[in-house]
Ligand binder design. Sequence first.
Ligand code: HEC
Ligand code: HEC
Ligand code: HEC
Ligand code: HEC
Length: 434
Amino acid sequence: MKKHTNAFVIWGVAVALATGLFALAACGKANKPKSAADTAAATSPETFADVKSIAEVKMPDQYKAQFPEEVATFEADTTPLRPVESYLKIFPFLNTIYAGSAFAKSYDTPRPHLDALSDAKGSARISAKSNSVCYACKSSQYTIAQNSGQNLAKTSFADQKSTMTQTITCYDCHKNYPGSGSRTRQTANGTYLGAIRTAFTTAFATEIKGGRMAPADAACGQCHNEYYFDPKTGEVSMPKELNDPAKIFDFYEKMGFFDHVNPNTGARMLKAQHPEYDMVSSDTSSMHARNGMTCADCHMEKTASGATSHKLTGPLYSAEIRKRVCLSCHTEGDAALVSTITKINAAMMAEITTKGNALAKFTDDLAAANKSGRYSAAQLDPIRAQEREAQWFLDWVMNENSKGLHNPRQAQQCLERCASVTAAGEAALAALSK
Ligand code: HEC
Ligand code: HEC
Ligand code: HEC
Ligand code: HEC
């Protein structure tokens, strides 16, 4: 029924040979696949209808006979990759720098997709004031309702609890058309793989239509990337065509956007949100993206028969992925690769803690200056802007679920910017009291 080839390796080798970067050499510009067939597909009239209600969404059970392995693995995705812990305990400085944000109430390491909706419903971040827009990346039901003209964004989260009942399912990545989709095109052979959420397909329309975004990146990126709530509509929005943290910061600056106010310092703060797609896809610094690797390459195993396992995992947890995907380039061997991943992770966690502690101290110092009543807004506002900037660049790394592993270079740059702005802020405070 299904014919699978190890598409990544074959394609990866082809790219590597074509561009002469097979060894771990520094690489050039993006090498996303593009053929005549892809271009034709991008303009193909083939459409994959959106449904009008959740009743029309085909459920895993209905695919069991046709796709037994995909369904079985999908349904087996019930255990978190690592024991769930509170970030507020792992990084105690968050309690200071997140003051005024709902994230100061509760913020845990992630759980599996099947838990996404129930987790949101039970989250201590949700209050009587929370809006239904929070369902946007937990249930396709929200997306379907919005697409059929219902405007739920600003309705009460609590009021929709009984109507929002379906967590992430096949529809979120395949609409009603799963099947052996192409790696390089959103649609192939009557099947669909990609984003269903218009905030994402609008923000990245050029990349998607031009065939420059791999379908397996679009499918995951629609939820795993930075977004903001449009101040007018309350709807999820994404900075158009932007995935670089410095450019997104400038975009929010220009817009005057803020997520919350820190009540202690009076600063108008930003909150970065799980920018996995942004960090992975940034072609200014991500080695793997430049080599065309997708989220699925690193987070979905292949079963013995060649089907894609839908129980999400990661390179650290999966010898199968390391063997099939990583070791084709990383000739240093499995043990050395695991050790590199573990070391980079430990170094990054330590770095986040050091920078975070410095930022928390700066935040406390600014709060004290603010409370003293000795300084004017004209004196404090530029320092509040420094708190905002330093926190954005720390948060970008802290909130990114790989903690910088997806793009160590970019993570490093962000942490350095956080540290230098924090130091400048402390100096500005010291100058005030002279
Ligand atoms: C509909 C939105 C959505 C889509 C699409 C999506 N994710 Fe997720 N993902 C989430 C949410 C929300 C969580 C956290 C759930 C929780 O903690 O309750 C999550 C968690 C995860 C986790 C952590 C799981 C664990 O057990 O620790 C991984 C890994 C992951 N996603 C990878 C992916 C990949 C790879 C794709 C694409 C194949 C993808 N996600 C597509 C929303 C999404
Ligand atoms: C979070 C996104 C996501 C969800 C949810 C999801 N899929 Fe997939 N699916 C993918 C990705 C990504 C691929 C392709 C992987 C690749 O290109 O390596 C894929 C591939 C497939 C394929 C092609 C054959 C294969 O095994 O590679 C089938 C069939 C399929 N999925 C069925 C399903 C069914 C049935 C469900 C619901 C039980 C489902 N998928 C849920 C992301 C998803
Ligand atoms: C080159 C390989 C690679 C690519 C491409 C990649 N990841 Fe990862 N990802 C990793 C590694 C390594 C980790 C760290 C822990 C591990 O091994 O899972 C990680 C961790 C994660 C986590 C945190 C899992 C946990 O332990 O809680 C999430 C969520 C995630 N990635 C999502 C994505 C998404 C979404 C994409 C695509 C936009 C993506 N990744 C692309 C390698 C990759
Ligand atoms: C197409 C070839 C290729 C594949 C496949 C590949 N890598 Fe890499 N990887 C590279 C290159 C090139 C570098 C950059 C080396 C350097 O700068 O010295 C790199 C660097 C890394 C680094 C160091 C941090 C960084 O980004 O500079 C880690 C960790 C890593 N890879 C993990 C993985 C894992 C895990 C997999 C499998 C999921 C994988 N790689 C698959 C080519 C590849």
